[in-house]
Design a protein around this ligand. Structure first.
Ligand SMILES: Nc1ncnc2c1ncn2[C@@H]1O[C@H](COP(=O)(O)OP(=O)(O)OP(=O)(O)O)[C@@H](O)[C@H]1O
Length: 353
């Protein structure tokens, strides 16, 4: 049980979205989204508030239909099909458990009522629900009311209720959002471990770049109604392909190329917070592109220190210094400095994403 079904036609991608568009009146929430989720993959979908993450999941699950575009599972179109025929699991942010049912009854519910091959044998239903609870680390909790368990445990019940139906893919809408920071870190590990055991693909939407980069085998960035980059986390973090992707990583300064002496004048330049050095005016080592900026303030953050600068056009710039290998001079608030970097540390973007 719980093994991911291999595609009949040998496809290696479980979910494919092609040019999916969704409008609400004059507001285009999704504008030609192309997204591919491979089999046996933890895919994170990163986007700011209002980017259209929930809308995208609702279209995949079938709670809403796209205005244009196609959605397919293992190469077979599912847009237009009712949600209960899509074999897609959905874990809601607020868990959406039935408060009057026990943990076990919540998990059994989906199995009894699923449209495809509902199970009617009580002993089999109980056995499958117990196996699902064991999988999420809740063996022995079946008799409890859902009000008598912790937030993290409720999250796992919601997951067990979805997994027991053996979905072809599991959609998770900000699944850690309702948990406190410690629990969130633990659930990150657990979600990854559970998925690895099942080998079913997860599509996990989040507004947190840390969560997306930690969780995802692959991270897709949703901005301006489109996927602006979909890549392995290391690749996305170190080599964003456009300014829109870089802006979501909370690690890159992005400024007009024209501000920079010794560099190109066109487009935008992005340099990571940890790859900028600071010198008094006129003391920039030869060959390093640089821009002038005023030091605003600093912020200690345990092992790292963050310094904030304002460039001449008003762009806010950040520089990260690691306390074990400090490289910044003593800084005076309000004073002007030159910020510089190695030419190969810069990424240059031309035009829109
Ligand atoms: N039913 C609706 N009617 C009108 N506009 C909607 C509807 N649902 C979503 N929108 C709009 O579509 C856009 C995307 O919303 P969505 O909820 O998908 O964003 P999100 O990325 O999930 O945001 P958040 O992280 O804040 O939950 C927003 O501008 C939102 O106001």
């Amino acid at each position: 049980m719980f093994a991911c079904e291999k595609s009949i036609n040998g496809e290696t991608d479980v979910l494919t979205l092609s040019r999916v568009t969704r409008r609400y009146g004059a507001n285009t929430a999704l504008d030609g989204v192309d997204l591919v989720v491979p089999d046996n993959t933890y895919m994170a979908l990163l986007g700011a508030s209002g980017a259209g993450k929930t809308t995208l999941l609702r279209l995949i699950a079938g709670f809403e239909e796209p205005d244009q575009g196609e959605i397919a599972i293992h190469g077979e179109r599912i847009d237009g099909q009712p949600p209960h025929l899509r074999d897609i699991g959905f874990v809601f942010q607020n868990f959406a458990l039935f408060p009057h049912l026990t943990v076990a009854q919540n998990v059994e519910f989906g199995l009894r009522h699923r449209a495809r091959a509902p199970i009617t044998d009580d002993a089999e239903i109980r056995a499958r629900a117990e196996a699902a609870l064991e999988l999420v680390g809740l063996a022995g909790f079946g008799h409890r009311g859902v009000g008598a368990i912790s937030g993290g445990q409720r999250q796992r019940v919601a997951l067990a209720r979805t997994l027991v139906c053996e979905p072809r893919i599991v959609l998770l809408d900000e699944p850690l959002g309702a948990l406190d920071a410690n629990l969130r870190a633990r659930m990150c590990d657990e979600l990854r471990a559970i998925r690895e055991r099942l080998k079913v693909s997860f599509l996990h939407v989040t507004g947190s770049e840390t969560e997306a980069l930690t969780m995802g085998d692959e991270v897709a960035v949703l901005a301006g109604g489109r996927i602006v980059q979909s890549d392995a986390p290391e690749m996305l973090f170190t080599a964003p392909r456009n300014a829109a992707a870089a802006r979501h990583l909370n690690a890159w300064n992005i400024f007009p190329a024209g501000l920079c002496a010794g560099g190109a004048a066109q487009g935008e330049i992005a340099v990571r917070f940890d790859q900028i050095d600071v010198s008094p005016p006129g003391a920039v080592p030869d060959g390093r592109p640089h821009l002038a900026a005023q030091y605003l303030t600093g912020e200690f953050n345990g092992p790292t220190a963050l310094s904030f600068f304002r460039a001449e056009d008003g762009t806010l710039l950040q520089v990260v210094d690691h306390l074990s290998t400090p490289r910044l001079p003593e800084l005076t608030e309000g004073a002007r400095y030159d910020l510089h970097f190695a030419p190969d540390a810069a990424r240059q973007f031309h035009g829109a994403a």
